[in-house]
Design a protein around this ligand. Structure first.
Ligand SMILES: Cc1ncc(COP(=O)(O)O)c(C=O)c1O
Length: 437
């Protein structure tokens, strides 16, 4: 077991951070109490500033796909260093290679733009959809997260009294921006149909995480994804799959490859470059041509878009995945072992909980029934969820102690890691069950 983590160095750095960084962190959900600060990471292990090591399932919110400091990706970046740093004019070979690769592997991709983050990609997707359709409104799902910008910063992990109503993630957003985003229920086609009927001819796009991993892992029914495609085609609405988490993690061609439904636009980020800052938007050529600086009408700008280091990291990540399809068989197998193992533990202990997930993503909902949509998640015992993750941290497993956050198995996790994690889960859940008695 790790020593208590609120020990001097991490805590001291957190206190120093709070003096010069608001709240002491550079992204709101990074403050979780101990461990406060990290120093190094390799493979599936991350080490805090006080020398405590954790088996990492947080994986930087899923940006780490192949394992920390993955040598082929680092090597590709090292090779890119010392060449062209940044030009700001014309195009580079690496940018073209990355766009070529994306168009080759992603079913919906006929052309691609590179961004630096997932938020930039979803912002561009929404602006493009509005420009292409001449319509104002968009539909997102309760529980879906698509970045921090105004159009989508509402209704993610909403409490029961604000779910489906107005639940902005931030002050300072224009009411018109919030009101232009309508909220539907995941896996409920009728809720989407009702909004499209009510706002006939006004909806530019439907944006969804095909598996809403920002609230754990709600797996879509076939009927739901196919139905969305049909509704969008019939009403001239742009269908946007936000594959910032699912892309490359569940299949090289994204979740769209697995479900056989082709969206009009797809956004990427996170694991695409195994931890380095790259995002992207790809899709139908007629739509993407709106970004053409000479003939189109949608602004595409960004000093660091398509930068050589990011492109090198993304290409090395995608190359590795293409050459090692066993990444998918292994992470799916380990994910399944985790779900089966957790199910057995909670059943034996008589806990009201359900293991969920997809592929290498897993989590344990503390709900009376296996959740299908966000409405079921309103019944999640958030305290138990966070307490379970907190106990796992104390047992040397980094999991985010925030309700409904998921865990990620990377290419670096081993069978021994999975066995060790299930042993730790047995201890953590036994303590939770004893507390509940
Ligand atoms: C599904 C999804 N889309 C978009 C984003 C935004 O990406 P970024 O944090 O790189 O801006 C996130 C980030 O968590 C995400 O999970």
């Amino acid at each position: 077991m790790n020593q208590p983590s609120d020990v001097p160095r991490g805590r001291a750095l957190a206190e120093a951070a709070a003096k010069v960084i608001p709240g002491g962190v550079n992204s709101a959900t990074r403050y979780i109490g101990p461990p406060y600060a990290f120093a190094s990471a390799t493979g599936a292990t991350i080490t805090d500033l006080d020398g405590n090591s954790y088996l990492d399932y947080h994986a930087a919110f899923g940006a780490i796909l192949l394992g920390h400091n993955f040598e082929p990706v680092n090597r590709a970046m090292a090779e890119a260093l010392g060449g062209l740093d940044l030009s700001g004019l014309g195009v580079t070979e690496l940018e073209v290679a990355l766009a070529d690769r994306i168009c080759e592997i992603i079913p919906s991709a006929e052309s691609m733009i590179a961004t630096v983050s997932g938020s930039e990609a979803t912002a561009q997707a929404i602006r493009l959809s509005r420009a292409a359709t001449g319509r104002k409104l968009i539909i997102k799902f309760q529980g879906g997260f698509h970045g921090w910008h105004d159009a989508v910063a509402r209704n993610v992990i909403s409490p029961p009294d604000r779910a489906y109503g107005m639940d902005p993630l931030s002050s300072g957003i224009l009411p018109q921006a919030l009101e232009s985003t309508l909220i539907a229920e995941f896996n409920d086609l009728d809720s989407v149909r009702a909004l499209l009927d009510e706002h006939d001819g006004e909806v530019a796009a439907i944006i969804l995480e095909p598996i809403p991993h920002n609230v754990g892992a709600l797996v879509p029914t076939d009927e739901f994804v196919r139905g969305l495609r049909e509704l969008c085609t019939r009403t001239g609405t742009v269908l946007v799959f936000d594959e910032v988490i699912t892309g490359f993690r569940h299949a090289l061609g994204g979740y769209q490859q697995l479900c056989g439904v082709t969206p009009d636009l797809t956004t990427f980020g996170k694991g695409m470059a195994n931890g380095y800052p790259v995002g992207g938007l790809a899709g139908r050529r007629d739509l993407m041509e709106h970004f053409n600086g000479r003939t189109g009408d949608v602004l595409l700008a960004g000093t660091f878009n398509g930068n050589p280091l990011g492109c090198a990291a993304a290409l090395a990540t995608l190359d590795h995945l293409a050459e090692h399809p066993d990444f998918y068989t292994r992470t799916f197998d380990f994910g399944e072992q985790m779900r089966t193992g957790l199910t057995k533990i909670v059943n034996d202990l008589g806990l009201e909980a359900h293991a969920a997930g997809f592929g290498g993503v897993f989590n344990l909902y503390f709900t009376p029934r296996p959740p299908r949509g966000y409405r079921d998640l309103l019944e999640n015992d958030n305290e138990a969820y966070a307490a379970f993750h907190r106990s796992m941290i104390d047992l040397g497993h980094l999991m985010l102690p925030i309700p409904l956050k998921r865990n990620h198995i990377s290419g670096a996790h081993t069978q021994a890691d999975i066995d060790r994690t299930l042993e730790a889960a047995q201890a953590a859940l036994s303590a939770l069950a004893a507390r509940a008695d």
